[in-house]
Design a protein around this ligand. Structure first.
Ligand code: CP
Length: 312
């Protein structure tokens, strides 16, 4: 059993294998080919301490397509509300036979802590990180890379060399930005990070990316522009942020996109605040927006993550 807990601990071979699987399952699903229930008899728990639409549903669908029995843990109706700890909750699921634990949690280190707790108690459950606070969302980054490979007609062995990607928005609260920056850089892309000074995280300065507070500089001649949502729910101080000013300085509008290559793709991990970080006409521009393709790639990418975790 293997884990998918962060981008850092996955080597290039592992990343290529997951991304090849994502593109293969994507083709099989589109062509209506029989997947063949390769994980029949396995049990998957989806345990989400934070809200989700895309990730939770795509892990549910991915598990079912692979023949896995999938159980969504009803957090609001569970003993978590009687004060049961994350450790005791995941040990309970492991004791009930979990082969896969798909976990979304808030605290830094909670995914690794869950993995260690189960390992120490002798369970062989694979842990898959479905989003950890503001720290990481590796399967989102993987599905974003798979979406880009498909759009660019590249294979994982080709990498993303020669491609420049601007990630613009609330970086400090974005687990997607943290994982995408590490993954895209590992795959050879030039990553540019852009946010107002207050929303630039410490990790942005680790050398994996160029950093700027100027949206137009970030977008200059870029191949891909990714917008991020303002995560008001994670603000612990009253960072002054007027939506109109933010849109004007950091939003993806058609005018802002004129700095990018005419062929530049637009991405957003969702959920979107339309009219703030991205305009309607940009989000819905079928010639360049990959946003719904990112959603669609969630299922085959998570199927591939399950296959990787099970060492298929
Ligand atoms: N991109 C993403 O993680 O979306 P959800 O929060 O809806 O899962």
């Amino acid at each position: 059993m293997r884990h998918v807990t962060d981008i850092e601990t996955l080597g290039r071979d592992d990343l290529d294998r997951i991304l090849e699987g994502a593109l293969l399952y994507d083709r099989m699903l589109l062509e209506g080919k029989d997947i063949g229930d390769p994980l029949r008899g396995r049990l998957q728990f989806n345990l989400f301490y934070e809200n989700s639409t895309r990730t939770s549903l795509s892990f549910l669908i991915a598990g079912r397509k692979m023949g896995v029995e999938v159980v969504n843990v009803p957090v609001a109706a569970s003993s978590i509300h009687k004060g049961e700890s994350l450790r005791d909750t995941v040990l309970t699921l492991a004791a009930q036979g979990a082969d896969f634990l798909v976990l979304r949690a808030s605290g830094a280190g909670s995914i690794d802590a869950a993995k260690s707790s189960m390992h120490e108690m002798g369970f062989g459950t694979s842990v898959i990180n479905a989003g950890e606070g503001a720290f990481g969302h590796p399967t989102q980054a993987l599905l974003d890379a798979a979406t880009l490979y498909k759009a660019l007609h590249r294979e994982p062995k080709d990498g993303l060399g020669g491609i420049s990607i601007a990630i613009i928005g609330d970086l400090v609260h974005s687990r997607v930005a943290a994982s995408c920056t590490r993954l895209f850089a590992k795959l050879g892309a030039e990553v540019r990070l852009c946010a107002p000074e207050d929303l630039l995280p410490q990790w942005a300065t680790d050398g994996a990316a160029l950093v700027t507070t100027s949206r137009d500089e970030a977008l200059d001649g870029v191949d891909v522009a990714m917008a991020l949502r303002i995560q008001r729910e994670r603000f612990d101080t009253d960072i002054p942020l007027d939506p109109e000013t933010y849109r004007s300085d950091y939003g993806l509008s058609m005018e802002a996109l004129s700095f990018a290559k005419p062929t530049a793709f637009v991405m957003h991990p969702g959920p979107m605040n339309r009219g703030v970080e991205i305009d309607d006409d940009v989000a819905d521009d079928q010639s360049r927006s990959l946003i719904l393709q990112q959603v669609a790639m969630g299922v085959p990418t998570r199927m591939s993550c399950l296959a990787f975790a099970a060492e298929l």
